[in-house]
Design a protein around this ligand. Structure first.
Ligand SMILES: Nc1nc2c(c(=O)[nH]1)N[C@H]1C(S)=C(S)[C@@H](COP(=O)(O)O)O[C@H]1N2
Ligand SMILES: [Mo]
Length: 316
């Protein structure tokens, strides 16, 4: 497979190399303030028509740490969804006609009761609840998002994993006619992600079907996507059509594309820099100054036990 050059994997690379350059001429503070201000303008500019944000609903205005929710318009106009484009501010437009009905999710592999669910089945069977989570992209920006969804564990219990099942693998729809980015030969499509079975069964892990009290828009991974809040954003695979219980560790799209940079675990860890930039701080969308990144994205109390005895530097 073709090797990817750093700048193609993430535009954030440009940010850091530019910042390093400016640091060397002693203008660090000025440059990061300028950069943040200009990014914010990008996020808020009205290049995309609003997508139901007028009637956005959330039960609270902050997460459990007291951090403000990211505005609905920012959440749906600044996206990573490489099936459409690598340009975050163009995803919403390019995905506007993405067809998400009918839609089925086929759940199988090492299970006693393989099943194909359509979205109505899923909505009827599993009550949708609100979960306010921080989302921390590996590129070092973050948001606070009020999701609607249900625990992945509920779905997995329904299909009864066998004792052989050790991991869960997820796949996004493959449809290059609708998703022009899938013609990008730099990546091996479809997008694949995976979790260890105990991570998948953890109560924080959800399948999300909505944001701010409304169904997901295409750019956010409609009609159903994974949300695992203590891991980097790329684990949160969008527009899922297939879930398999498997014995071997799944190879994600990112592991295949750049194995030295993206591991299977991808737990948010401020102490383990990405090979090309630090992970100790992040830019919260809508804020000017950077904030410190929290171990496990602030969910350490809930998830540290999953990794007892593991070297978090080695298992990145
Ligand atoms: N299928 C698919 N899922 C994906 C991605 C993608 O490109 N394709 N990008 C990931 C990355 S890098 C991040 S940060 C989050 C972004 O989710 P958001 O656009 O809803 O904020 O989705 C993740 N899920
Ligand atoms: Mo990301």
């Amino acid at each position: 497979m073709d090797k990817i050059s750093p700048s193609e994997i993430t535009p954030e690379h440009l940010f850091f190399s530019r910042r390093q350059f400016l640091t060397s001429i002693g203008a660090l503070v000025a440059s990061s303030v300028l950069f943040s201000a200009c990014k914010q303008q990008d996020v808020l500019s009205d290049t995309v028509t609003s997508d139901g944000c007028e009637s956005a609903y959330a039960s609270k205005s902050t997460d459990e740490l007291g951090d403000d929710l990211t505005p609905c318009q920012s959440i749906i106009n600044y996206n990573n969804f490489y099936e459409f484009t690598t340009e975050k501010e163009e995803v919403a437009y390019l995905a506007r006609d993405f067809k998400t009905t009918p839609w089925t999710v086929k759940v199988g592999g090492l299970v006693n009761k393989p099943q194909t669910f359509d979205m109505d089945d899923l909505r009827r069977k599993f009550p949708q609840e609100e979960r306010i989570y921080r989302l921390r992209c590996v590129e070092a920006w973050s948001m606070v998002i009020p999701w609607l969804g249900f625990p992945l564990a509920e779905l997995l219990k329904e299909v009864e994993p066998t004792s052989k099942a050790k991991y869960v693998s997820f796949e996004t729809l493959y449809d290059p006619e609708q998703m022009p980015g899938q013609n990008n030969r730099m990546f091996k499509w479809p997008y694949v992600e995976g979790l260890r079975l105990d991570e998948a069964m953890h109560d924080l892990t959800i399948l999300a079907t909505g944001i701010y009290g409304k169904s997901l828009s295409p750019q956010s991974g409609a009609p159903i996507r994974l949300v695992v809040p203590w891991k980097y954003g790329f684990k949160n695979i969008k527009s899922i059509v297939k879930i398999d219980l498997v014995e071997e560790v799944p190879v994600s799209l990112w592991m295949a594309a750049a194995p030295d940079e993206y591991g299977f675990y991808a737990n948010v860890n401020p102490n383990v820099p990405h090979p090309r930039w630090p992970q100790s701080s992040e830019r919260r969308i809508g804020e000017v100054s950077r904030r410190k990144t929290l171990l496990f994205n602030g969910y350490a109390e809930e998830v540290t036990h999953l990794y007892d005895g593991m070297d978090l530097r080695k298992f990145f």
